[in-house]
Design a binder for this molecule. Structure first.
Ligand SMILES: [Zn+2]
Length: 333
C-alpha cells in the first residue's frame, strides 16, 4: 500500500484515494480522501489530517462523525488536530473528523443513500464494509481498507449519545484488551463500560484486527457541550502522552471513573408522550426510585416509571416528546 494521489486539488488540498502514513514526510498534512460518488457521479471527499513525527512511534487513528448527528465528537477531533499542529510528536496521528457525510448534512445519525432500494444505514453496524455491497457498505469498505486499517496501531472513535438524549463522558472498552482498558482509564471519563463488542461496530472491528480501540461518548447528541469537548481533548492528549506520541509532557495519572460497569438497563417509553426525567446524570438510584413522569398531549399525568433495580443513571431524554419504545432512562450496573 502507498499513498495514491489523484490529479485533483480541491481548495489547495491534494485528493488521495489511499493513505499510507509511512511514505509521508514529517509534519502536518491535510488531504481530501475520495470515498465514493453520489448518484450524479460527483465525487465525495472526507477531510483527513495527518500529523507525523520525525521519529518512529505508535500510530493512532482518530475518527468522529460515524453518526452524523454527534457533533461533540467532531469538535473533539478538530480540536485535537489544531493542538497537534504545533506539537512535537513521535509516530503518527491520522484524524478523520466527519466520516458520515450524508448523515451530517441531514443532521441524521444514519447514512442516506441516493439508491431508492437502499434504506438509511447505521454505518456503525457495517464495518469493515463490503466491496461488492450496497452504497453504504462500499463507502465503509473504501474508508476501512484504504484509509483507516493501514495506518493504526491504536484507535479512538468519537461519538455522543443519540439526538434527544445525553451521556456524561462515557467510554466503551473491551476489558480483555489491556491497551483498550488503559486508554479508557487515561481518558479520565465519568463512566467506563466493559464492552465485549458487537458485529459491525468500528471499535469491535479494530479490536478483531489486533488494533486495540475505544469508543468515546462525548455527552449529548446534536448540541455542543464545550466543557466536555475540552475534557475529552485533554483525555486524548493524556492517551497520546502515555503511548509516547507526545514527546513533551507526561501522562497524568488516570483517576478512577465514577463508575465502571458491565451491565446496562434501558427503560423505554411504553407509549408515546411527554417524559420528564426525575433524575440527574450519574445519580445512584435504588430499586423502586422514581425515574420519569409521563404526561399526555393535554398535560395530564399518565404514568410514573421506577427503577427496576439499583444502578447509576447513565442517560436520559432531553427532548421531552418520546416515541413508543424510545429511551427514557438508562442505568449502568
Ligand atoms: Zn454514535
Amino acid at each position: 500500500m502507498a499513498t495514491e494521489y489523484l490529479a485533483d486539488v480541491i481548495d489547495g488540498k491534494k485528493v488521495i484515494q489511499s493513505l499510507d502514513v509511512s511514505d509521508l514526510s514529517a509534519g502536518e498534512h491535510t488531504f481530501w480522501f475520495r470515498i465514493c460518488s453520489n448518484a450524479l457521479g460527483q465525487w465525495l471527499h472526507l477531510p483527513v489530517m495527518v500529523y507525523k513525527g520525525s521519529k518512529p512511534g505508535k500510530r493512532f487513528v482518530i475518527t468522529a462523525g460515524v453518526h452524523g448527528d454527534e457533533y461533540n465528537g467532531v469538535l473533539v477531533a478538530q480540536k485535537v488536530a489544531s493542538q497537534l499542529a504545533t506539537a512535537d510528536i513521535s509516530g503518527s496521528v491520522v484524524i478523520v473528523p466527519t466520516v458520515n457525510l450524508s448523515g451530517m448534512l441531514s443532521h441524521s445519525r444514519d447514512y442516506s443513500s441516493n439508491d431508492p432500494d437502499h434504506s438509511t444505514a447505521n454505518l456503525n453496524r457495517f464495518f469493515p464494509g463490503n466491496k461488492n455491497g450496497n452504497e453504504a457498505q462500499r463507502y465503509v469498505y473504501q474508508l476501512w481498507e484504504n484509509l483507516l486499517k493501514p495506518n493504526a496501531d491504536l484507535a479512538i472513535d468519537l461519538h455522543t449519545q443519540t439526538s434527544g438524549t445525553l451521556y456524561p463522558l462515557y467510554v466503551f472498552a473491551d476489558y480483555r484488551l489491556d491497551d483498550a482498558l488503559n486508554m479508557a482509564r487515561l481518558m479520565n471519563p465519568d463512566v467506563i463500560f466493559d464492552d465485549p463488542g458487537d458485529p459491525g461496530i468500528l471499535e469491535t472491528v479494530w479490536n478483531q484486527h489486533n488494533i486495540p480501540s475505544i469508543t468515546v461518548e462525548v455527552g449529548v447528541g446534536r448540541y455542543s457541550d464545550y466543557p466536555l469537548v475540552d475534557r475529552s481533548t485533554k483525555g486524548i492528549f493524556n492517551v497520546l502522552s502515555d503511548y509516547g506520541v507526545l514527546i513533551e509532557g507526561e501522562a497524568l495519572e488516570a483517576e478512577p471513573p465514577f463508575v465502571e460497569g458491565k451491565e446496562l438497563t434501558s427503560i423505554r417509553a411504553e407509549t408515546g408522550g411527554f417524559y420528564q426525567p426525575q433524575v440527574e446524570l450519574l445519580q445512584p438510584v435504588r430499586e423502586g426510585d422514581l425515574l420519569s413522569v409521563q404526561t399526555d398531549s393535554f398535560g395530564k399525568e399518565l404514568k410514573r416509571y421506577y427503577a427496576p433495580r439499583a444502578g447509576v443513571v447513565l442517560s436520559f431524554n432531553v427532548e421531552p416528546m418520546r416515541a413508543t419504545g424510545a429511551l427514557i432512562v438508562r442505568l449502568i450496573h
